[in-house]
Design a protein around this ligand. Structure first.
Ligand code: CP
Length: 300
């Protein structure tokens, strides 16, 4: 049984298989979907807010002809009566064929996988990982560049300490040759050491040089909900703001990515610029998650 728990579980061959399958799913999607998951049920257990991850998982399942059951508010879950996650998972995996889970606690998806009779998909575990987001991010990069065949400079900007999408994407990018990595964040929310490798560059300022030389800028939200002190959030929340003046310094073919939601770190006036890729990136969630559903259900 294949669970999707961490970006570190994939090798290059598996990543190319997922990318090619996501491409096939995009073709299927454009033709109106498929019935390959008819009779199958996806359960979505989301104990932290979500728009894109939960709805794109659900859309992906429906586009494959399957059905969904959903628990979207922890206040209406028996977890609030004191039920432990292990028991919830034992029960819900008996009601469904796949479980996608998001929770506040690092390691919950891993824990769920130990008690589940069906595949678990990690839709984000606190400040830990968000591997399915990283796969759709990789698919977005794959559609724009010759991944593994051309040299790319990827710059991660924003909350790199708590940013689970960054943790997962940087881990996945290590599988490909020719990718230079820059991390740009205030020291309080710098990238944790375990994600840094020799050759990476670490900055506290977003310089014009970084803007001009990056092929991919992966911006992230400063996450209010992860700070213990609100004053720290207030001090850091506008550390980096992308406006048209900054984005116009990027190369014509470069892309500005963001897992979304954004708050004020990318101005809406940037949305019309050719480098702005974040809405297309979010749409790539559907074919990528169709591919992952098909893979864990062993259709391919
Ligand atoms: N990118 C992402 O995880 O978005 P949601 O929080 O809306 O699911």
């Amino acid at each position: 049984m294949l669970h999707i728990l961490s970006a570190s579980q994939f090798n290059q061959k598996e990543l190319y298989e997922i990318l090619n399958l996501a491409h096939e799913m995009e073709i299927i999607l454009n033709k109106g979907g498929s019935e390959m998951a008819r009779g199958k049920i996806l359960a979505t257990l989301f104990y932290e807010p979500s728009t894109r991850t939960r709805l794109s998982f659900e859309s992906a399942m429906i586009r494959l002809g399957g059905k969904i059951i959903s628990e979207t508010d922890v206040n209406f879950s028996s977890i609030t009566k004191g039920e432990v996650l292990q028991d919830t998972i034992r029960i819900v995996s008996g009601y469904s064929d796949i479980v996608a889970i998001r929770s506040k606690t690092v390691g919950d998806a891993q824990l769920a996988s130990q008690y589940s009779s069906v595949p678990i998909l990690n839709g984000g575990d606190g400040a830990g990982e968000h591997p399915t987001q990283a796969l759709l991010d990789l698919y977005t990069i794959f559609k724009q560049f010759k991944l593994g065949k051309e040299t790319l400079e990827v710059s991660f900007v924003g909350d790199l300490k708590y940013g689970r999408t960054v943790h997962s994407l940087v881990t996945i990018l290590r599988n490909f040759e020719g990718i230079k990595i820059n991390f740009i964040a205030p020291t309080e929310i710098a990238i944790p050491e375990k994600y840094v490798q020799q050759g990476d560059k670490i900055f506290t300022d977003l310089s014009d040089e970084i803007l001009k030389k990056s092929d991919v800028i992966y911006d992230t939200r400063i996450q209010k909900e992860r700070f213990e002190e609100f004053s720290d959030y207030e001090r850091l929340k506008e550390a980096f703001v992308f406006d048209p003046e900054k984005v116009n310094k990027m190369k014509d073919r470069a892309i500005l990515m963001h897992p979304l939601p954004r708050v004020n770190e990318i101005l809406q006036t940037v949305d019309v610029l050719p480098q702005a890729k974040y809405f297309e990136q979010a749409q790539n969630g559907v074919p990528t998650r169709m591919a992952l559903i098909a893979k864990v259900l062993d259709f391919f």
